[in-house]
Write a protein that binds this ligand. Structure first.
Ligand code: 5AD
Ligand code: SF4
Length: 436
């Protein structure tokens, strides 16, 4: 059996696909990167916005068509799986053969076998309060960065968000298992570990909180950089900021989802902080961690968001001056609190206007922030020799996770080089290694 897997959505899904590859290998099934050669085609899906879900549906039909002369089994994994149950009887409209939710990957070989022998659509979309796959060592593709999920699920129930429904409740794996995996990663040549969780800083295992976990991982010999995504602003105690400030291997970068800047909208979103809270937190972070880079997620056009309320978001973006921002139009997700209570009443044209305005503003800010780095000397963790544009360059990232193009190909992936920045755009920096 040859299995092909395609991944949509966030880094947690990337990681889960690596878990799936490990489960498949343990069942003596082979992975292939050739969709035409596959007996089984897995789509690891995202449900966070309607657009993501629609893309997957279109892709299922496309694959079905592509393999019409030699049909393969098509399986749906991940966040869309959970919602498919209701629609299974209508499967004639959607040519899928089995479904496995985010907590059912251990049963994949069984589901695949069942799908080969049955006309039914076998599925397991049960969500677990315990599954962390802590004992499954993911099949990573190599490289410099390794994803490592330390917690799964979410208890926040932000009103717009499908994740608590698609991925279930929060659960954390033991710090011992995280540290042991980090040690193994270093031995295999990985140099950066990115801790993952839907609310990564809500991590708690017995008396170990996220700050303590981060400290332990950052002290594993051979780890050059530790990152984490995505945190929630509600879980940034002072001692976490101090751990970040005091450990050189922990990157001085926080992705701090804002979502909205207006208190009424934040309340309807159930975000548990106000505009002032958020701004105060940013100030506190910057005073404890000098030079901290900040990025964010923003949703425009939440139900009922007025022009004046949107201006509060604009105001926060102007005041904080994020290094980068991902901005989304509100997308109603079936089953969420917002979908049940608040009509999606901001016209599409208004959402577009708002997203365009914020994107332009952010582009300007990013360009200014990056241009100000020209002349600075930064530590670049080299990722590869050669870039899309030239074999005579190498590519890496600075501490803030910004891509830096180095103007020689002599740098070795996995090493940290000091480089002087000499050029900047809104998305990349260019530099020259000091010893080049
Ligand atoms: N509509 C638009 N954006 C959303 N996000 C989550 N749910 C929705 C939704 N229903 C965004 C949030 C989150 C990011 C991963 O996706 O900004 O931080
Ligand atoms: Fe998409 Fe959220 Fe699931 Fe990640 S956790 S794949 S962003 S729905």
């Amino acid at each position: 059996m040859k299995i092909y897997i395609e991944t949509y959505g966030c880094q947690m899904n990337e990681y889960d696909s690596e878990i799936v590859r490990a489960v498949i290998a343990a069942a003596d099934m082979e992975s292939t990167s050739d969709i035409h050669a596959a007996d089984v085609i897995l789509l690891n899906t995202c449900a966070v916005r309607e657009h993501a879900a629609r893309r997957v549906i279109a892709r299922i039909h496309e694959i079905h068509h592509l393999r019409r002369d030699a049909p393969a089994l098509i399986g749906v994994l991940g966040c869309m799986a959970t919602n498919l149950k209701k629609n299974l009887p209508k499967r004639k409209k959607l040519p899928i053969d089995f479904v496995a939710g985010p907590d059912a990957y251990r049963r994949l070989p069984e589901l695949i076998r069942a799908a080969t022998t049955s006309d039914e659509v076998p599925y397991d979309i049960e969500l677990s309060d315990y599954e962390t796959y802590a004992d499954v060592y993911p099949r990573r593709e190599g490289g410099i960065n390794a994803w490592l999920a330390v917690m799964r699920g979410c208890n926040n129930f932000c009103s717009y968000c499908v994740v608590p429904y698609s991925r279930g409740r929060e659960r954390s794996r033991s710090p011992q298992s995280v540290v042991a995996e980090t040690q193994r990663l270093v031995a295999e040549g990985f140099r950066q570990v990115t801790l993952l969780g839907q609310n990564v800083n809500s991590y708690r295992h017995e008396d170990v909180d996220f700050a303590e976990l981060l400290r332990r991982v950052s002290e594993v010999p051979g780890v050059l950089r530790v990152r984490f995504i995505s945190p929630h602003p509600k879980d940034f105690p002072l001692h976490l900021l101090k751990v970040m400030a005091g450990h050189p291997t922990i990157c001085k970068h926080v992705h701090l989802p804002l979502q909205a800047g207006n208190d009424r909208i934040l309340k309807l979103m159930r975000r548990t902080y106000s505009k002032k809270h958020y701004l105060d937190l940013v100030e506190q972070m910057r005073s404890i961690i000098p030079g901290l880079a900040l990025s964010t997620d923003i949703i425009v056009g939440f139900p009922g968001e007025s022009d004046a309320e949107f201006e509060d978001t604009v105001d926060v973006v102007q005041r904080v001056r994020f290094d980068s921002a991902f901005i989304f139009k509100y997308s109603e997700r079936p089953g969420t609190l917002a979908a049940r209570k608040y009509p999606d009443d901001v016209p599409e044209a208004v959402k577009t206007e708002r997203i365009v305005r914020l994107n332009e503003m952010q582009r300007q800010i990013s360009t200014e922030i990056f241009s100000a780095q020209i002349g600075a000397v930064q530590d670049i963790l080299v990722e590869r020799q050669g870039t899309k544009k030239s074999a005579q360059q190498s590519q890496g990232r600075n501490d803030a996770n910004i891509m830096v193009i180095l103007n020689s190909a002599t740098q070795v992936p996995g090493t940290m080089v000091r480089a002087r920045i000499h050029d900047a755009t809104a998305h990349v920096l260019k530099g020259k290694a000091l010893d080049d």
